[in-house]
Design a protein around this ligand. Structure first.
Ligand code: UD1
Length: 365
């Protein structure tokens, strides 16, 4: 029997790990493919990386590039240099990049010039907001990728409109739901909120980390006031991202705590999904959480001007909200009757299987 095709999977930052894990498990279960995890080190704290690897039953990465933090060009450049070296040594049969972080675009660029066939998982999402660094990463990655694995019909339409040939595109569905299903029993057994003294359904969860929200002091101050107004109606638990913690400073954190908002550190995957699945509502600027709340049928107040995931509004539980309207929108969302909502097509926990089938066709014909 010939040796398995070697597949580099790039894991870089927290939201990547839930996309890499199901694929790693599915590839590992075949004899056709050998998945090789390359961690660029864009996120490096245990809470932002190792703990999530452990929750998702991922082994330690096969390669660690140790890139760390920096400006966009520094981080992207360091990943390109380090990944090019590894890719030249290993010459994988495929590179798979996921999501939209700096490492995603950097590895796609390095591999593209080495003519290593590259797949983008979660291709085609567009916010049409070039103030978002992730939008530039999405555009660069999709134009370079040889195969584009999309989560939803809007993504296919975006790619076709940009001139990507249809035969490069396969709609595989939303891989994040595979991670949820992979560890669902552990999520259901965990009671993160209970351990903090909150009753199921009696609290809201907040996450904030987008530069457009937290790097502009006036915007952040406005958000702090909006959260304090919400706290008077719904007790809030707020796992604080390192970027946001730096921007809030001691003063900002003290103000939120004085209002009664429960600040905790970044959570690993199982503890965090336990928090979300027991919440009355979620207030967030994350991409992935808009999708997870849609999957779970939990109202999501998306604190952004736009979203690259419009299906979370058209078919899901999310709405775009600005800080001054947060309380009013939250109360309105909570007052809506819970509909029996159909999940978006192919958000079913079987995306990794569809990826492996497509990869098999494209590798062996
Ligand atoms: C990155 C991604 C963003 C993703 C987010 C999830 C890009 C452009 N941005 O943003 O798309 O939604 O990850 O978290 O790729 N830090 C730590 N420990 C860590 C990592 C970071 O303390 O493990 C601190 C550093 O001081 C760093 C700051 O957090 O400067 C921001 O981290 P960075 O990776 O630059 O961007 P994120 O905001 O996390």
């Amino acid at each position: 029997m010939s040796s398995p095709a070697r597949v580099h999977l790039i894991a870089a930052a927290r939201p990547n790990f839930m996309k890499v894990a199901p694929l790693w498990h599915a590839l590992k279960a075949t004899s056709d493919f050998q998945p090789i995890i390359v961690h660029t080190g864009q996120h490096y704290d245990a809470a932002m990386s190792d703990d999530i690897f452990a929750d998702l039953r991922l082994p330690a990465p096969d390669h660690h590039l140790g890139i760390g933090s920096g400006t966009h060009a520094e981080q992207t450049g360091r990943v390109m240099i380090a990944y090019e070296k590894l890719a030249m040594e290993e010459r994988p049969d495929w590179l798979i990049v996921v999501g939209d972080v700096n490492s995603t675009a950097a590895c796609a660029m390095a591999a593209g010039k080495l003519r290593i066939p590259t797949i983008h998982l979660e291709a085609g999402l567009r916010s049409r907001d070039r103030d978002m660094p992730e939008e530039l990463n999405r555009l660069v990655t999709d134009v370079l990728a040889d195969v584009l694995w999309t989560p939803s019909p809007d993504a296919d339409e975006n790619l076709i409109a940009e001139g990507i040939p249809a035969n490069k595109i396969t709609r595989v569905g939303n891989i994040m739901m595979d991670s949820y299903e992979l560890v669902r029993p552990s999520i259901e057994a965990a009671d993160t909120a209970g351990a903090l003294g909150f009753a199921k359904g009696g609290y809201g969860v907040v996450t904030l980390h987008r530069p457009s929200n937290v790097d502009v002091p006036e915007k952040l101050a406005e958000l702090v006031d909006a959260l304090i107004a919400v706290q008077a109606h719904l007790p809030l638990i707020f796992p604080v991202h390192p970027r946001t913690s730096q921007r809030l400073g001691d003063e900002g954190r003290a103000k939120l705590e004085a209002a009664g908002i429960k600040l905790i550190g970044p959570q690993a995957y199982i503890a965090f999904m336990s928090l979300v699945s027991g919440a009355a509502a979620v207030i967030t600027d994350s991409g992935g959480i808009q999708e997870e709340t849609t999957y779970l049928g939990i109202p999501c107040l998306t604190l952004r001007d736009n979203t690259e995931r419009p299906i979370t509004i058209s078919e899901g539980t999310a709405r775009l909200v600005k800080a001054p309207a947060l309380l009013e929108q939250l109360l309105d969302a909570l007052a809506q009757p819970k509909k029996d909502r159909k999940r978006p097509d192919a958000w079913d926990g079987k995306t990794a299987q569809r990826c492996v089938e497509d990869l098999r066709k494209r590798t062996f014909g």
